[in-house]
Design a protein around this ligand. Sequence first.
Ligand SMILES: *Cc1c(COP(=O)(O)O)cnc(C)c1O
Length: 402
Amino acid sequence: MDYIKLKEEFKTPFYLYDFDLIKSRFLELKSAFKARKSQIFYAMKANSNLSLLQMLARLDSGFDCVSIGEVKRALRVGAKPYKIIFSGVGKSEEELEQALKFDILYINLESEEEMLLLESVAKRLELKARISIRVNPNVDAKTHPYISTGLNENKFGVELDVARKMYLYAAKSEFLEPVGVHFHIGSQLLDISPIHEAALIVAKLLRELKALKIELKFFDVGGGLGVGYEGEEEPCLYDYAQGILENLSGLDVTIGLEPGRFLVAQSGMLVCSVLYEKITPKKRFMVVDAAMNDLIRPSLYNAYHEIVLPYTKGELSSCDVVGGICESGDFFAKDRRLAKSKSGDIVLIKEAGAYGFTMSSNYNTRPRICELALENGIIKMVRKREKFEDLIALEEEFLKDS
Ligand SMILES: *Cc1c(COP(=O)(O)O)cnc(C)c1O
């Protein structure tokens, strides 16, 4: 890849995604489950660029959405409503109403209160709401506490006995139709045995419900597959699938998969440039033109991203790679061994395709950067760089006349 040419054409910083890689990972995951009916619902909060979603929609991907805005993104790229599901611990009444009107496949419920609210909305609209319940199986996903979701101390899902009660209630309701069960115990799991443990627990619940004549069609195992940010070995997809499938004998269900990070993390990088090298008595800092507002994962989770300077040669020494924002938490790497750089050198921050752009902000009045994609050997723009005018557009009308 000629990054110098890309920089000349598009300026840095920008995100660059490899759509072909996303495609191949999608097909790989799909084929790991080919022994049973399965449906991938891409968790678009990892990266919701419309062109990326359109590519996945054309591969017959479904979408896992966590806001009505995400549902609308899926519809915008031509996804069929029956390929869209809606999750999240805090859906508003308005969002529930819109989801029902869009007639999406099902809504993942996260509490009894939410179920009662949805029932009342469905009643008002004279509709029957298809639901799934997010069960919290109380297994330890052994991942970063910020992205661990499957323990009873987390805010997500409901306990097994609450779920049971909710299914019994929903099955009797004129306005609710239980169609699925859902769990998602955490993100960036490199050890997948907790997912298998959860599958076992939840499959047992399904059998109990079946005995009560409540037959669920979707067994949604969430996302969470980890990727090798630091060269860690990734879970084997075959083992992942087998460990789930072996719990499902005798159950006629479609397996729902909600990968986010797994599909897109490795496909993306943040391409930026060195502004200055700054040497203090204690440290060497490489100050780059991207910052925590563009990629917050190192600041938020102390996440590791590989950093490469493809055109910078020389002896390696320890340095911190930082952005220009007024926060000491604004860094991409600490004590990383890199060659001495000069102003303008290109810096690649790797494995940034997931939870990169989607978590970006305008902090410090920094316009969001542009997104490029490689598809069939061709680089194209998939989102323009924001301009200063875009950032102030919603405030200007409130200024007092001078
Ligand atoms: C975030 C999320 C996912 C995707 O998680 P990854 O770790 O990116 O695969 C899937 N399902 C739900 C409900 C989520 O909130």
